[in-house]
Design a protein around this ligand. Structure first.
Ligand SMILES: [Zn+2]
Length: 421
């Protein structure tokens, strides 16, 4: 009864379930059917590989506050049927992920007038099939075939980068991802009129319908007359963006230990007059006036060398990076779970939370960066780039570069080449 066709990749879970004991009366089903975006693949099979000639097919969408329970109740299943279906579903899907507007399709047997199958689409790519057959319930999670196509666009900024991007469907993500790629080179709050860009990226399609943006493959940004390039290179242990020479565009350390910008209340200053001690004392770090409890992120991959209470520093985490760098994060309210001496942390991991422990006049984070144990100013130091592409991969990188080179873009087009999965 459950049929596959070539276009479907049915994955993973098939679970046997309970007896289906009572008739489903679907007469009272809401007629608030929504138009499905799925076109039947052939006369008999729909996009989910189900032979629709055997069924009355009804399309719905999840309503506000409609849970799987309410949805099945609407299908007139009995309490015990619903209970068992939900128990089974919990093993396979997150039953809390039913959200308004998600489509679902009911298949009512023409012979028995009973609900026999239900297909729910949590997103445009995945779908879940509930299949009551004979004396069991099968629940399958499946994915539709995603085709990727290359698209290239270019533009010049007149008001904002956002407005300059012609692809409306991917604008938000393109702006966000570009700002991530160039986080170390370009201040995206400071882009200006006349700055130019060229982007080569992927677009994902299901059945010819656009569903999502894929990866940015190459990008050129010209900011205040300087050109910045980034090529995506994914081979061996390398998966990232690299400039024309194969150097990573991501630096090894974050600029600031926060996910969002926070005001600097006191900068790096070797001659500062200390407000509490009332005498001249160097300020070997940056004070950030971040709210109490703000997560503090490790600026790089490293190892926690100290985490404890250290007098004036209060609750402090000290992390050693790349041999020559060390950072101190002071006055924390608490440490992140699992952070202690010897803990390995990744760049961007939360290591603690902003507080006011130790000798302070108010809540803030003191972030001190050291190179070979000498304090340095994190805002002005020229930090080393992350790993470059080594010689043995350079030929492969050159091929990628030549294929993706934004300089070769002629005009905005959707590439005819399908990249596959
Ligand atoms: Zn400080």
């Amino acid at each position: 009864m459950y049929k596959l066709f070539w276009g479907l990749l049915v994955i993973a879970f098939v679970v046997q379930c309970q007896h289906r004991d009572t008739n489903s009366n679907l007469k009272q089903l809401s007629e608030k059917a929504v138009k499905s975006s799925i076109e039947p693949v052939s006369a008999a099979y729909d996009a989910f590989g189900i032979d629709v000639s055997e069924f009355q097919v009804r399309d719905f969408s999840v309503q506000k506050n409609e849970s799987l329970y309410l949805l099945l109740k609407k299908m007139d299943l009995s309490q015990s049927q619903i209970y068992r279906a939900i128990q089974k579903a919990k093993e396979i899907i997150d039953v809390r992920s039913f959200k308004p507007k998600q489509p679902y399709r009911a298949y009512i047997s023409k012979k028995s007038n009973e609900l026999e199958k239900l297909v729910w689409e949590p997103n445009k790519v995945e779908f879940v099939t509930f299949d009551w057959q004979d004396d069991s319930l099968l629940i399958n999670r499946a994915s539709r075939v995603v085709t990727k196509k290359k698209k290239q666009i270019s533009g010049e900024i007149t008001s904002s980068l956002y407005d300059a991007i012609s692809d409306e469907g991917s604008r938000d993500k393109l702006v966000y991802r570009m700002s991530e790629i160039f986080a170390w080179q370009v201040d995206f709050f400071n882009l200006r009129k006349g700055d130019k860009f060229k982007i080569l990226y992927e677009k994902k399609y299901v059945d010819g319908q656009y569903v999502d943006m894929g990866k940015i493959l190459a990008v050129e940004l010209t900011h205040m007359g300087d050109s910045y390039f980034a090529y995506r290179f994914n081979e061996g242990s390398f998966d990232g963006y690299y400039d024309e020479e194969g150097k990573s565009v991501q630096k090894a350390l974050l600029k600031a230990p926060f996910a969002y910008d926070h005001r600097i209340s006191s900068g790096f200053n070797p001659n500062r007059f200390h407000p509490v001690l009332k005498r001249r004392r160097p300020h070997n770090g940056i004070d950030y006036a971040a709210p109490y409890g703000t997560p503090v992120l490790s600026v790089g991959d490293g190892t926690v060398s100290r985490a404890g209470y250290y007098g004036a520093a209060g609750r402090m985490v000290e992390v050693e990076y790349h041999g020559s760098f060390k950072a101190k994060y002071m006055h924390l309210s608490r440490f992140a779970k699992g952070v202690g001496s010897g803990t390995h942390v990744k760049q961007g991991d939360v290591i603690g939370y902003v507080g006011n422990s130790g000798r302070v006049t108010g809540t803030h984070l003191h972030y001190g960066l050291y190179r070979h144990d000498r304090p340095i100013n994190p805002l002005t130091v020229d930090l080393p780039a992350a790993k470059s592409i080594p010689q043995e991969y350079m030929a492969a990188f050159e091929r990628v570069k030549n294929e993706m080179n934004p300089r070769l873009f002629s005009k905005d087009t959707v590439g005819a080449v399908s990249l596959g999965e």
